[in-house]
Design a protein around this ligand. Structure first.
Ligand code: M6R
Length: 589
């Protein structure tokens, strides 16, 4: 999704900005641009496409600048719609969505102002420029403009003749930092990281003024706020693909390590306060999106089956507008790899307003979710670059299952052990390579069904999401027993079916669905821990995963599904790491 960088110092700004933008590339974007103040005058370069397309901009001189990677929301991906947007003396980069842009645009146009893009973001440049004319002070102009903007924004703003960058944040992340004679801003820590830099995460409603000498933070009333800085670590080495052709494949290989690093290791689980909250937890509410929502579904199966804790799993974007009922004794668990997903943050906030404590499960230290939550368990997946979540899913499961194990202790109950999962996952990765040979059956298919019951249905939903996301094939993750209530009408010889069967109590039942789709000509691919099923005549090919407690089986059964999606994506000629239209971190609603 969109990314922001900004620099003021003694070095030339353009190379610093381009370097920062490269570090934000993994988020997904379609156009780029930078604006530099050179002897008080704005110079802007923007392009449709990747940061590399902006190489010429490196020659711009000037020591103050802002840059942006854009992921189109309002207006097509094009050079014209790329940021920075300029109006008069003002240049702006914006993340988020300005919801009243059309209204404000009409007001500006009535004043005779001409717009040069179709974006909602350009309105920020116009409104700020209007107030800058009146105030002559950039901070006050941004402050007054922010008061007129509805929606979400992270803004970094330059003005001709001003040796400063002014920033504003509302519901879209922004971090400011200072070094010796330098100041920085970015939407994401990796774009800022360098040992010894002092950083501050802006809170909602705050503003910042960055000069070469200092960073100042102002509250919603523009009163100066004193803040404790945190020290940034040494610049993280940009992740490399190593011996793998794609990050996604490499990240599947890293699943065992991600599980290992997320099992029981979080201090949070030993923390006295969370222990007290867990002792009084009678219900879990999970709020999450996409893959994180699916790990929540898997958790719910385990929590209900093993500990009989009623657990509801909510799509965060639905929860936030659902006027939720939050009974006393509910612990809300917000799951998010990035910790920046706008809907998950809003859902977590609402749960707190309704009196629930929020436990965050996230992969990113200093993320907005970890700062908002009452407690956080950091997963140990390491940086995930591919847009399709793989190892972070397993890390979330490991953290969530560990949480259950701790709860089981308080309840003097006992859970099946989790320690063997890293090794078992390693075994499954090897076995899953055969999915490469399944691709021809999926090429040219009309649609794909992933079927399962109980916990296997949750795995099926994740397998389907992965396939859709990186192959663009229509697919559904479906409850096997529900098929004949309508959807079976879609199944024929051009509808491959992937069945997941890991629960001994439900194996025969899911096999009924396998018979039904086979009878309609479908090729069936099976992921199971029951060897006898692999040799059934209905099964075209299978991956036999090791036996494990079925409540925890998604930890293993999802691996072949990830691998299948990866290989089909290659077979259709896609780049699995960068699916069209998608971003790694979804910071807008
Ligand atoms: O960062 P989050 O875990 O909050 O992201 C949630 C979803 O956007 C994410 O899981 C998305 O569904 C993945 N691209 C799926 O592979």
């Amino acid at each position: 999704m969109c990314g922001i960088v900004g620099y003021i110092g003694r070095r030339r700004a353009a190379p610093v900005l381009l370097d920062g933008l490269k570090k934000l590339e993994y988020r997904g974007y379609d156009s780029v641009g930078i604006a530099v103040l050179d002897r008080g005058k704005l110079a802007i370069e923007k392009r449709s496409g990747r940061v590399a397309a902006l190489a010429k901009a490196e020659e711009l001189s000037g020591t103050i600048g802002i840059g942006h990677t854009r992921w189109a929301t309002h207006g097509a991906p094009s050079e014209r719609n790329a940021h920075p947007h300029r109006y008069g003396k003002i240049a702006v980069v914006h993340n988020g969505i300005i919801e009243n842009a059309a209204e404000l645009r009409a007001i500006c146009e009535a004043r005779g102002e001409v717009f040069s893009s179709e974006t909602d973001s350009e309105i920020a440049a116009h409104v700020i420029a209007h107030y800058f004319e009146e105030e002559g002070d950039l901070l006050r102009a941004v402050y007054r403009a922010a008061g007129e903007l509805n929606g979400s924004f992270a803004l970094a703003v330059l003005a001709e003749g001003k040796e400063e960058i002014v920033c504003a944040r509302r519901a879209s992340p922004l971090i400011v930092a200072e070094g010796e004679g330098e100041g920085f801003v970015a939407s994401d820590i990796p774009a800022l990281a360098a040992k010894g830099r002092r950083a501050y995460v802006l809170e909602d409603g705050e503003f910042a003024r960055i000069t070469r000498e200092k960073v100042q933070i102002f509250g919603a009333d523009l009163a100066l706020r004193l803040r404790e800085a945190f020290l940034l670590e040494e610049e993280e080495l940009a992740p490399e693909k190593g011996r793998f052709a794609h990050f996604m494949r490499k990240e599947i290989e890293e699943v065992p390590e991600a599980i290992q690093n997320s099992l029981f290791l979080s201090d949070t689980l030993q923390n006295k306060e969370i222990c007290e909250v867990l002792c009084q937890t009678y219900y879990f509410d999970i709020v999450a999106c996409g893959t994180a929502y699916h790990s929540g579904l898997c958790f719910a199966c385990a929590a209900e089956r093993l500990l009989r804790v009623p657990t509801r799993v909510h799509i965060a974007s639905e929860y936030r507008y659902s006027d939720p009922i939050v009974p006393r004794g509910t612990l809300t668990v917000a799951v998010s790899q990035s910790g920046e997903t706008a809907d998950t943050l809003a859902a977590a906030r609402l749960a707190q307003e309704r009196g629930s404590k929020v436990l965050a499960i996230t992969n990113v230290v200093h993320s907005s979710l970890s700062r908002l939550a009452d407690f956080t368990i950091f997963t140990g997946a390491g940086r995930e670059v591919a847009v399709a979540a793989t190892k972070s899913f397993h890390a979330q499961l490991a953290a969530l299952y560990s949480l259950l194990a701790v709860l089981a202790k308080y309840r003097r109950s006992c859970l099946p052990p989790l320690e063997k999962f890293p090794d078992l996952a390693r075994e499954v990765i090897q076995k899953s390579e055969c999915a490469a040979g399944w691709s021809p059956y999926f090429l040219g298919s009309k649609s794909v069904f992933f079927l399962g019951r109980g916990v296997d249905r949750c795995a099926a939903m994740e397998g389907s999401l992965k396939l859709k996301e990186i192959t663009y094939l229509p697919s559904e993750g479906y409850a096997a027993g529900e098929l004949k209530h309508g959807t079976l009408a879609l199944v024929d010889g051009r509808t491959p079916v992937v069945a997941i069967i890991t629960d001994p109590q439900l194996a025969d039942k899911t096999m009924n669905a396998v018979h039904e789709v086979y009878a309609r000509g479908a090729n069936v691919f099976l992921i199971t821990c029951f060897p006898a099923l692999c040799t059934q005549k209905e099964v075209t090919a299978s991956v036999l995963i090791p036996a494990c407690p079925s409540a925890f089986s998604p930890m293993l059964s999802v691996i072949p599904l990830q691998m299948l999606a990866y290989h089909v994506s290659l077979a259709v000629g896609n780049d699995p790491d960068k699916p069209r239209n998608l971003a790694k971190s979804v910071t807008v609603e």
